[in-house]
Design a protein around this ligand. Structure first.
Ligand code: ADP
Ligand code: ZN
Ligand code: ZN
Length: 707
């Protein structure tokens, strides 16, 4: 028995499946029972990955089983291993005599078989001749044919075709960036060489091209790679580039595959069938053997953090550990690196590589020119439209020159609210403390926290007034306004309401790329790395949403979002422009985003974080307790806070700070009250492991959001 093997163990009256994490002579508990059965003779999980699971369990203060579970084959916990898929084949017995009294159906099958070289898959025969399985059985009984079974894999991409694409010759900037990376890849056995890279390159600077070359270099050395992308359905462009460059050698790993498909992919990956595995955060747990390279694209994206269940891991930080454990090279890429990642790079923990210029068909160009419009001035000048005069003029100009336009609506923390103009009543969810927002597609009020829908209000339940007003900027408002102002423009709305399905999303993207659409109106979905060469203008209709949220990262979030959206303009031949509409033109995140000044933003942000003692200058844990009873909720949070304070005092360690308990930003969710407690300090794990957490507590180490 080795570490990583699967076993069956008695557990109370039941027998459960488990994984060996340690082999010792002496058991760590007094009454242990024997392992009942070894499921696999060789390890299901490699020893490095067991180490990684233990690190996750320690760092994120989560049970070992929940960390190990991340690495298990699909459906392992259910005590059932999925059967590999197989196909039955029918083979003609050559010397069989046709004369033996045959029915017309039997005859047809033998005929088809002999025409097709004597062997065919059974499903194909049955489909082609419109027959049932009983005919086959008769043939088998008569000895006229034999049947066998062949294992095949449920290949989700079998029917997709990608034309082969050849690599570009690097630009001078890319060559400079490439040198340290190739050095690390070719010298992986010497641990003296730092092999963790932060590739900070502006949008369109050729980062993906570097990933592709790094992978080719890794394959040359008989090693393999994993590439993480924030969200697989929104990143088809980068995935397709991997397919086109490495046909047949790319596995896509995501939860939308059927369980059978997932299992087949899992097995083929572990068997070493692919040079690269691409997928969202869970792909970091794929068992890619001989790992030599890990890529984390758009490393700043919050989608890398699993916030909704234990263990609340961050895939980028798990990738750093995996790279260390396996000696792999790690490339984290972003146009707007996470402040904490950049800080580590500046301190020398990661090697910083910068690409400052864009590559376009005309060579290197600068980033789009960005104007900031103060919407207060527009109002003073008598313009009540959601379009400033500048944005309106720019859109008109772009349309006249047959260029494409993207209009971006920041949805974060804002959408269409409903209010009674007479008494100020705002409808909220009965089970959550959040306000309801109006969805015109469903014609309903919807709670964004629990998705419960309510009928639209005609009269105010508070004062019976009929003066109910809908306000806030939604994509539909912008779409309607566009059709009024630019009646000849073809407008397409592109948000999570209209783009519920990945296929629809892809269709819309293709239509925009083929220039069947002039104006694309959309939300956050547009901030993802889309590359539309026809776009010359980006208008950010409302830059301010989310600025006032009680979250120390709201400035960073705004900056990232604005830079990413601006980055959609000017990727083709025409130079790009962007217009930011705001009521806070002096806000640092907006100012620096307009200048594309990451360095300036970083310095400002860092001094704010230093002043208030936020990460990266400290570690943070968010503890949330929820309960239907508000008093119970408050009491339990108070008890735990006192308990933690006691541990901090006992340890006599300096530099810890306890904030709260206080109601969470969403003080009630799905009928339960929520209280939160924040711990700031150095080694928070040391404190947490001494605390007993009763059921109902959620622990989030390094939370990405405070709401
Ligand atoms: P990023 O990942 O930084 O957004 P990409 O790698 O997608 O940048 O490159 C931006 C555009 O420039 C893409 O259309 C890509 O095909 C092209 N490109 C990248 N590198 C080169 C190169 N060396 N020569 C010519 N075109 C390039
Ligand atoms: Zn009212
Ligand atoms: Zn709700």
């Amino acid at each position: 028995m080795e570490v990583g093997c699967g076993v069956r163990v008695p557990f109370g009256p039941r027998v459960l499946q488990g994984i060996v994490v340690e082999v010792t002579d002496k058991p760590s508990f007094p009454d242990t029972r024997d392992v009942e059965q070894l499921i696999s003779s060789s390890p299901i999980i490699s020893s490095e990955r067991i180490k990684l699971a233990l690190w996750i369990s320690d760092y994120y203060v989560s049970p070992i089983w929940s960390s190990i579970a991340l690495f298990l084959p699909p459906a392992f916990e259910r005590n059932t291993l999925i059967k590999p898929k197989s196909i039955k084949y029918l083979t003609l017995v050559p010397e069989s005599e046709r004369a033996k009294s045959l029915s017309a159906k039997q005859h047809a099958i033998l005929e088809l078989l002999s025409e097709s070289g004597g062997r065919l898959p059974v499903p194909q025969i049955l489909e082609q001749l419109h027959l049932g399985r009983s005919v086959i059985k008769t043939l088998l009984a008569k000895g006229l044919a034999i049947e066998d079974e062949i294992e095949v894999s449920r290949d989700p991409l079998a029917r997709r075709d990608f034309p082969l694409e050849l690599p570009f010759t690097f630009t001078d900037n890319q060559n400079l960036a490439w040198r340290p990376i190739v050095a690390a890849i070719s010298d992986q056995d010497s641990t003296a060489n730092p092999n963790l890279f932060l590739l900070h390159g502006v949008t369109g600077s050729g980062k993906t091209e570097i990933y592709l070359r790094a992978l080719a270099e890794t394959i040359k050395r008989s090693k393999k790679g994993i590439c993480l992308v924030p969200e697989i359905s929104l990143t088809t462009q980068i995935v397709n580039r991997f397919f086109a460059r490495f046909p047949g050698r790319v596995a896509v790993f995501h939860s939308k595959l059927s369980l059978g498909e997932q299992y087949d992919e899992w097995r083929r990956i572990q068997g070493g069938d692919f040079d690269i595995v691409i997928g969202p955060r869970s792909a970091i747990f794929s068992h890619q053997p001989d790992l030599g390279l890990i890529i984390v694209d758009e490393e700043h994206e919050w989608a890398y953090k699993q916030s909704d269940q234990t263990p609340r891991y961050h895939a980028r930080d798990v990738a750093v550990q995996l790279a260390r454990l396996t000696g792999s090279t790690l490339i984290m890429g972003s146009a707007t690196p996470d402040i904490e990642t950049y800080y580590k790079a500046v301190k020398g923990e990661y090697q910083l590589i910068e690409l400052k210029e864009r590559i376009t068909p005309l060579g290197s160009t600068s980033l789009p020119e960005v104007s900031i419009v103060n919407m207060r001035d527009e109002f003073k000048a008598g313009n009540r439209s959601i379009f400033s005069r500048l944005l309106k003029a720019q859109v008109k100009l772009a349309l006249e020159q047959q260029e494409q336009v993207i209009l971006f609506i920041n949805r974060r923390g804002q959408s269409t609210f409903v209010e009674c103009m007479n008494c100020g009543f705002v409808p909220s969810c009965k089970r959550c403390s959040g306000f309801l927002t109006y969805h015109s597609v469903e014609k309903r009020l919807i709670c964004h926290h629990c998705r419960r829908a309510y009928p639209v209000l005609k009269t105010c339940p508070n004062c019976y007034s009929r003066e109910i007003k809908y306000f806030g900027i939604g994509t539909e408002t912008v779409e309607t306004e566009c059709s009024k102002l630019f009646p000849y423009a073809r407008v397409l709305r592109f948000d999570s309401d209209t783009m519920s399905k990945a296929r629809e999303y892809e269709k819309a993207m293709n239509s925009f790329r083929k220039r069947e659409t002039d104006i694309l109106v959309g939300t956050q979905i547009l901030a993802k790395g889309l590359d539309f060469p026809g776009v010359s203008l980006v208008g950010i209709v409302n830059a301010d949403s989310g600025l006032n949220l009680p979250d120390f990262r709201s400035g960073e979030r705004t900056f990232q979002l604005l830079c990413q959206v601006e980055g959609r303009a000017g990727r083709g031949i025409v130079a790009g422009r962007a217009v930011i509409q705001t009521y806070n033109p002096g806000y640092y995140a907006i100012k620096y985003a307009a200048l594309h000044d990451y360095g300036g933003f970083y310095e400002s942000e860092l001094s704010y974080r230093r002043e208030f003692g936020y990460p990266p200058f400290t570690n943070m844990v968010r503890l949330v307790y929820s309960h239907v009873n508000e008093d119970k909720c408050r009491a339990e949070a108070g008890r735990l806070a006192a308990n933690i304070q006691l541990i901090i005092d006992e340890q006599g360690v300096e530099g810890f700070k306890l904030v709260g308990p206080a109601p969470a930003f969403l003080s009630r969710l799905r009928g339960k009250y929520q209280v939160q407690l924040i711990i700031l300090g150095g080694n928070v794990q040391n404190i947490l492991e001494k605390v007993d957490f009763p059921l109902g507590w959620i622990l989030d180490v390094d939370p990405v959001g405070m709401i």
